[in-house]
Design a protein around this ligand. Structure first.
Ligand code: ZN
Length: 270
């Protein structure tokens, strides 16, 4: 089961008391490849549902098995807390057809598929309508990098997509949502490893990572920096973004070949 690590923080400056909860996704021990993938996706969705990022059923998490060529995702409209591994739906990465599972996959499935197809290094995707990140998405504004908390997670402003056209909304809406995200990265020359979070205009955030835990952590980090940026803009409207050197230093000490933050990785239990 997902266990909950609870840490209490008060945001600096006392602007707003913030309780940060970081659920830890435990790893399944055995089973067939699909069972392992299913359990991993079950657990991350239960963990996601236990955060403050999700209201009602507005959110979903998925993971991919690239060797098997499949993606597993939460079923549409399901309650997070009562999810069982068998509820998780497995679809073919290439076609989106259900290959295992009796429930309907999340309606956002085509968006998740578009991200896995375009970004080959990512292993998991989380979508929420978390309040502060969604506020930036609704304002159609990228989240500026105003401090080191942001720079620890995202190498620069969190991008926002263009709006979907009427035609894109009318047909294959969810696939077009994925397409505008990919378009934003390709046209902007953005690296999904540097910026594992995006805001879909008038909609909300998608985050990803090289594991279900990383995708969930990025969703939590995104909401935190979105809230901090809102508060910072209130205190200092039109303030400058963080200096490039400080941004680079904070991102690179946590990510990439020269990373030195934290402890060396230990092999994961299989
Ligand atoms: Zn949504």
């Amino acid at each position: 089961m997902a266990r909950m690590e609870t840490r209490s923080h008060t945001s600096t400056g006392g602007l707003r008391a913030t309780r940060v909860r970081r659920p830890v996704v435990s790893h399944p021990r055995e089973g067939s490849p699909y069972e392992r993938l299913r359990r991993s996706v079950q657990r991350v969705n239960i963990a996601l549902g236990a955060t403050d990022l999700v209201l009602l059923a507005f959110g979903n998490a998925s993971a991919v098995d690239r060797v098997a060529g499949v993606m597993a995702i939460k079923p549409s409209g399901a309650d997070y807390a009562t999810l069982e591994p068998d509820d998780i739906v497995v679809v073919a990465l290439a076609t989106g057809e259900v290959v295992s599972g009796s429930r309907r996959p999340s309606s956002d499935t085509p968006t998740h598929l578009a991200l896995y197809r375009a970004f080959p290094a990512i292993a998991a995707v989380v979508h929420t309508h978390s309040a502060c990140a969604t506020a930036w998405a609704q304002a159609e504004r990228e989240i500026p990098c105003l401090g080191t908390t942001h720079a620890d997670h995202f190498r620069g402003p969190v991008p926002v997509t263009r709006r979907l056209s009427e035609r894109e909304v009318a047909t294959d809406y969810e696939a077009h949502t994925g397409a505008v995200i990919v378009e934003r990265y390709r046209k902007g020359g953005l690296d999904p490893a540097d910026l594992p979070a995006v805001l879909v205009a008038r909609h909300g955030p998608f985050t990803w990572g090289d594991s279900v835990q990383a995708a969930l952590d990025n969703a939590l980090a995104l909401e935190a920096v979105a809230r901090m940026a809102l508060d910072t803009e209130r205190l200092r409207p039109a303030g400058e973004p963080i200096d490039e050197g400080l941004l680079k230093r904070h991102f690179e000490r946590k990510h990439g070949p020269a990373a030195y933050y934290g402890q060396p990785p230990v092999p994961r239990e299989r």
